[in-house]
Design a protein around this ligand. Sequence first.
Ligand code: ASP
Length: 300
Amino acid sequence: MSAALLVHGGAGAIGAADPTRLATARAGLARALAAGARALADGAPALAAAEAAVRALEDDPAFNAGRGSALTRAGTVEMDAAVMDGSTGAAGAVACVGGLRHPVHAARLVLERTPHVLLVGPAARLFAVEAGAEACAEDELVTERARADLARALARADAALRGTVGAVARDRDGRLAAATSTGGLSGKRCGRVGDSPLIGSGTWADRRCAISATGDGELFIRTAFAHRVASAISHGALSAAAAEAALAAVARMGGGGGCLVLGRDGDGSAHQAADMFRGAWSPGAGARVAVLGGEPLAPA
Ligand code: ASP
């Protein structure tokens, strides 16, 4: 069994025309791949590797998760994150949390330390901090770009798509895991929860595949997106066909986005309707990234 890792940093309206932004995104994806690959090379389980890759993306203000999260219409940070361990079917998630440096770690703590799957709001933060997650001041998560995006979203009087980060990993024992983390949509209502922390919508892993999605969250919820992909694979579909069919269902409802799919063998794949920040690592091919829609993965 060989290890593999895929990461994403959001799809769609991500400013793909801006060369500086593209270069920053490529560098951030490469750092996330390095963090996850290091964990896998050290023999860490898939769940820890997926978490390590997402933590690196949460630390990077270029992505909409952790520091750099999109802001609510009130200018506050409300982050969502989930993890799922495909080898056990265990899952953990948090939603609408602020003041945490790594919401993905809070999600893992929910998985490991509680009988629950999803904790929300201030109580989720309190639990995570008591369980050892790193707290931070709200201000430390807010970037100038997030403020500017909020101003644009409010001027358009709707919530704007701002990306998400995620990772899927397979360890050398063949275990699969998925992790997803996001600030959600710029200008969203306070209390809004997207697809990322909802198991089967933005995040899924089982013994056959691991999936992390990004896109119009409400539509990914209404299509049970990640579980739809996994279910098609369990019925014999190839992962590419399963992902394309699920994205087509989202497109029929008027939305878009993308996803990562990693199976029991192979290097996995990213699928997207438009541009998508994405990267892949395997022991044979090393780390490769791409940011534009039709662009092939190239060495990071
Ligand atoms: N799916 C995320 C959400 O709805 C946003 C994104 O991936 O762009 O919160």
